[in-house]
Ligand binder design. Structure first.
Ligand code: COI
Length: 356
């Protein structure tokens, strides 16, 4: 399929904000990619000016939440090259989410080409400083107007982008997380491992309560026993215990993070023992108390590597690593960021250079 281009006139292009004023997800670039699905096929792929989507109020996504998305970033290197980080992983996960939500797949190579076409046109929006990047949000929604509950027959796939800074207001400083034992995010057999909108809606109530108590994020436990640690919702979670790296296994209710996989690959490459094993919140608390648990950090595209300095569970707060950034958090952060911005060797071939 040929992607048609309808560029914004030069005099109507917006000016990107300075890098030091960037926050996450508030500002969008001049263009978006869009294509439509109907009669069993995708058609009319195009890059158009960023703007509103017109939709029938009966569009099925608005009623039954049949929608999925992805998150990846474009990085500008010091020599001007533009990098994506393992983009095919996101394209493949998009299709896994699509299958789970009974939505049509998008050819992974074509999806990547659409993103590259969009980025080339909006290259001026890619920030120049390390730590800032262009966030890319591929999305698919069920657009068919129909109120019966079944998979839609029409969809819109679109990609928007925008320059971003750190996801958390704390930047690369330890965040405080709140363990929810009252509410759950996802249940095994449900849609927790799909990047579908409902998972994020389901997280809001507990997240608001955590915020009121001064915590940045919720650490979710499994939905059945409410004992096993799952993920944070915007990131996967890692524990440094006795100089081994422990992270919950992909049990079906956890998002299979691209950064999570990269941390595991790097750790093994460095000779660190990695255990993907179930870990209970009681073990976490006991090991913080005994001093075996030295660090906690989260991993995600938006969050990158985010150290955790405090855990709140059952009315008590537990400080980790004196509330400071730990050695491993910094090491994983610096290595991943270094690879993304072309400042460090890329032994795994993770970086994808966008053709100029
Ligand atoms: C990402 O890390 O890209 C995410 O999608 C998490 C989020 C901001 C919802």
């Amino acid at each position: 399929m040929e992607i048609s281009l309808q560029p914004v006139a030069p005099e109507q292009r917006k000016t990107p904000p300075p890098d030091d004023q960037l926050v996450f997800g508030k500002i969008f670039s001049d263009h978006m990619f869009r294509m439509d699905y109907g009669e069993g096929r995708w058609h009319n792929p195009r890059v158009v000016p960023y703007g509103t989507l017109e939709m029938d109020p009966a569009a099925m996504v608005l009623h039954y939440g049949q929608g999925i998305f992805e998150g990846l970033k474009a990085y500008r290197c010091a020599d001007g090259r533009i990098h994506l980080f393992r983009p095919l992983k996101n394209m493949e996960r998009f299709n896994r989410s699509a299958r789970r939500m009974c939505m049509p797949e998008v050819d992974v190579q074509f999806h990547l080409e659409a993103i590259e076409t969009l980025i080339r046109l909006d290259a001026a929006w890619i920030p120049h400083s390390v730590g800032a990047s262009l966030y890319i949000r591929p999305t698919m929604i069920a657009s068919e107007p129909h109120l019966g509950v079944r998979p839609a027959l029409e969809y819109i796939h679109y990609v928007i982008t925008g320059p971003v800074g750190a996801y958390y207001p704390e930047g690369f400083n330890p965040i405080k997380i709140y363990v929810s034992d009252q509410y759950v995010r996802a249940v095994r057999g449900g849609v927790g491992e799909a990047k579908t909108m409902a998972n994020y809606a389901a997280s809001l109530y507990a997240a608001e309560q955590a915020k009121k108590k001064g915590y940045t994020q919720v650490l979710w436990l499994d939905a059945v026993e409410r004992r096993y640690v799952e993920e944070v919702g915007t990131m996967n979670i890692f524990f440094r215990i006795d100089d081994e790296l422990v992270t919950p296994p992909l049990s079906g209710s956890i998002l299979p993070g691209v950064t999570r996989e990269s941390v595991i690959d790097l750790a093994r490459h460095w000779g660190i023992t990695v255990k993907e094993r179930p870990i209970t919140i009681d073990e976490v608390i006991d090991r913080i108390a005994s001093g075996d648990l030295k660090e906690i950090f989260g991993s995600g595209t938006a969050a990158v590597i985010s150290p955790v300095g405090e855990v709140f569970y059952k009315e008590r707060s537990y400080v980790v690593q004196d509330g400071k950034v730990g050695e491993w958090s910094r090491r994983f952060h610096d290595e991943i960021v270094g690879i993304q911005y072309g400042e460090r060797d890329d032994p795994f071939g993770w970086v994808h250079q966008v053709k100029p």
